[in-house]
Design a protein around this ligand. Structure first.
Ligand code: PMP
Length: 285
């Protein structure tokens, strides 16, 4: 994990993988002042690379700091990192955080903002669930209201309940957990968005208090091109009974069919498979 060969880009230069360390008094570690991106490269090209770099800078703005690198510099750095590690098909993790410095309390205005980029090979996020259909638990934690946290940032603090939910799910033999939002509407999984199929039409939760994933947006466009109607709306738990198919979307998850959410079952149907395959083709163009 940390003690291996390879390079990691840190604050403008490539360092040895095993030397890519931060100080214990890093503000981000204590107070979650950290934002990140998860990206995938296929055949040497990062899918929607620029959109990820823009979102990274935007996430930092949402939590009140500015990344001291432009989108163009971040783009160059990501490709430099891949090249230094000899990768063409990779998962790329960019992370920005408030570092260690003179301020070691809640306030941290004088501490430097840091940026790092790592890349490694990462296969199917849900293993063979990608073909069999993932099994999802239902989390006891709810996506918070926009009044309690900047919910559209891809920020570390929003993942505390995701990690807890995913661990609880894995302890029950599930791949992931579905989370409700603060109002009780179906929201998303711990690192992926949700879609449902009923009577040939698609229904997906309105992302009004959680991340509107780039993969989600790509899939909605793809469905439109296929002439399939998409309803972005609030979805109640009772409706899960009537949905026939379900899938997850995310950069890491790609398009993964879902077979089960709690006691609700779905078939790994034709549309779920079709969208999963179409996405695979699209990212490799
Ligand atoms: N929701 C959460 C909580 C996530 O972590 C992710 C992964 N970034 C997504 C949704 C999907 O976003 P994307 O398709 O942009 O990867």
């Amino acid at each position: 994990y940390d003690d291996r060969d390879g390079k990691i880009w840190m604050d403008g230069k490539l360092v040895e993988w095993r030397d890519a360390k931060v100080h214990l008094l890093t503000h981000g570690l204590h107070y979650a002042s950290s934002v990140f991106e998860g990206e995938r490269a296929y055949n040497g090209k990062i899918f929607r690379s620029m959109d990820h770099s823009v979102r990274l800078r935007k996430s930092a703005e949402y939590i009140d700091f500015e990344i001291p690198f432009t989108v163009e510099e971040i783009e160059t750095a990501k490709y430099e990192t891949m090249k230094a590690n000899g990768l063409t098909d990779a998962y790329v993790r960019a992370i920005a955080w408030r570092g260690a410095g003179p301020d070691m309390g809640v306030a941290s205005a004088r501490n430097p903002v840091r940026l790092a980029i790592a890349a490694w090979e990462w296969g199917n996020y849900y293993g063979d669930a990608k073909y069999k259909g993932a099994k999802l638990d239902i989390s006891k934690w709810k996506r918070p209201s926009p009044e309690t946290i900047p919910c559209f940032a891809k920020a570390a603090g929003l993942y505390m309940i995701c990690t807890m939910s995913k661990h609880a799910a894995e302890a029950k033999g599930c791949s992931d957990a579905m989370m409700f939002d603060y109002r009780g509407y179906v929201a998303e999984a711990t690192g992926a968005n949700l879609f449902f199929v009923k009577d040939g039409e698609v229904h997906t939760p309105l992302p009004d208090c959680f991340l509107n994933g780039l993969t989600r947006q790509t899939v909605i466009t793809m469905l439109g091109e296929k002439g399939i109607k998409v309803h972005e709306r609030h979805i109640n738990v009772e409706e899960l009974e009537g949905f026939e198919q379900c899938w997850l979307t995310g950069t890491a998850a790609e398009v993964t069919p879902v077979g089960q959410i709690g006691a609700y079952n779905f078939e790994v149907g034709a549309l779920a498979r079709d969208i999963s395959e179409s996405y695979e083709k699209l990212v490799r163009v």
